[in-house]
Ligand binder design. Structure first.
Ligand code: SF4
Length: 416
């Protein structure tokens, strides 16, 4: 690889790691000379496809030049950082080169804004088009849709990319105005609305005419920065639920704010990144998408913040003890799914198993239920203690977590 391209790759892959709207960034580990290979903190990240496969993506920015000055962003124009920009051909060559060498299965391409939204978006589309039409690249492409870009460019992007993301960045209009004065929430919501309609329209057309080209077949996603502005979890989850409902988003990504600048509008440098809060939001988001919870159940007005000590499903159960114990032998799947310690797969297994006999704690363990947690909420536990208050149950479960899970307080925190 040419030296200048390598230098650009270092700058633009490093800047791209702040965009979490694709699942993960790389780790950094050198080679002391006794092992095979090494990892660098740049370039390759992982994402999950619709069918659950984990794919590696080349994750880069087209440029970190930007005409905007969003206070929370490393690429903002007032930040004194090394700047670089790839040409269209350079991104195409890098992608094809890495793909041929089997390093990656796709491309995640985001960008700062060069001159204006259309100029930048046009380049992103040119890259995707070149990859698909000239190089017959069949790998995964995730493009960042630049807010404010024209509908024609959005449409072209959807014809070549698997997924598009328009990042709202700040959860509310007010925070966006304060921290990203050059931006306008309408510029984000308009393309999101357009993409959602176009995805549905194209899908319907494809049902009638098999030759209709696919349009963003992996849907659209967005990203919110958490902790840079004062929104509560209740506000954030209501906004996310609105996105899922109104724009059929596939994912909302929550990105804990990394203090990147000294600015009195933002938490001071050195403020810890809200990793645990980010994680609780992902757990709550999971409840919204797969467990049929409404945001007001997870974060009611009297509890606008997620509990940092326990997961949101347990938190909901403890606030609703009148709904327990659940009789696993007879309850609906929806009720079983809401029992702490029972995941969706286990709930289905319970419903299937009970046709053949009695549900016992041993069977639940075999099925994969976290019985030590679930036993406070199910009638099948012979020692079920009606006399315990929600506070006592909470304490007992927390002490269990401390012995079992506390050392694992990391970004990979276990879900449920
Ligand atoms: S427009 Fe995007 S890249 Fe530019 S400063 Fe704002 S967040 Fe950063």
């Amino acid at each position: 690889m040419r030296e200048r391209t390598l230098e650009k790759l270092e700058i633009l892959a490093d800047a791209a790691k702040y965009d979490v709207s694709c699942s993960s960034s790389g780790s950094k580990r050198g080679n002391a000379g006794k092992s095979i290979g090494n990892t660098t903190g740049m370039g390759i990240c992982h994402a999950y496809t619709e069918d659950g496969r984990c794919v590696s993506l080349l994750k880069i920015l087209l440029t970190n030049h930007c005409i905007f000055d969003c206070a929370y962003c490393v690429s903002r124009k007032s930040n004194d950082v090394k700047r670089a920009a790839f040409t269209v051909d350079e991104v195409v060559e890098l992608t094809i080169g890495f793909y041929r060498r089997n390093y990656i299965e796709g491309l995640f391409l985001s960008s700062g804004i060069f001159k204006n939204a259309d100029y930048t978006m046009e380049r992103l589309v040119m890259i995707a088009r070149k990859l698909r039409t000239e190089h017959r690249f069949n790998g995964y492409i995730h493009l960042k849709a630049i807010p404010g870009a024209s509908e024609e460019l959005m449409k072209a992007a959807g014809l070549y990319a698997d997924r598009l993301s328009v990042n709202v960045e700040m959860p509310t209009k007010e925070s966006l105005k304060l921290l990203a004065p050059d931006k306008n929430q309408e510029d984000v919501l308009t393309p999101m609305q357009y993409l959602s309609k176009e995805i549905v329209r194209q899908r319907e057309e494809k049902r009638k005419f098999t030759h209709t080209p696919a349009f963003a077949p992996a849907g659209q996603s967005t990203q919110m920065v958490i902790g840079a502005s004062p929104e509560t979890d209740r506000q954030i989850l209501h906004i996310a639920a609105h996105f899922y409902r109104s724009y059929s988003l596939k994912r909302v990504y929550y990105s804990g704010y990394i203090p990147v600048s000294t600015d009195n509008r933002l938490p001071a440098p050195g403020t810890p990144v809200p990793m645990l809060r980010e994680n609780r939001l992902y757990q709550a988001d999971w409840l919204l998408r797969f467990y049929g919870f409404q945001p007001q159940e997870i974060v009611p007005p009297e509890h606008p913040l997620l509990d940092m000590e326990i997961d949101p499903k347990l938190s909901w159960a403890l606030r609703n003890m009148h709904l327990f114990p659940v009789h696993l032998q007879t309850a609906d799947l929806e009720q079983i799914i809401r029992v702490p310690g029972i995941g969706i797969q286990s709930a289905h297994r319970i419903v299937a198993a009970r046709r053949f006999g009695k549900i016992s704690l041993d069977l639940l363990r075999k099925i994969g239920v976290a019985v030590e947690r679930a036993r406070y909420f199910i009638a099948e536990d012979p020692s079920f203690r009606k006399d315990l208050s929600d506070l006592q149950i909470r304490q007992q479960i927390i002490s269990l977590q401390q012995s079992k899970y506390a050392p694992n307080f990391s970004p990979q925190l276990k879900l449920f």
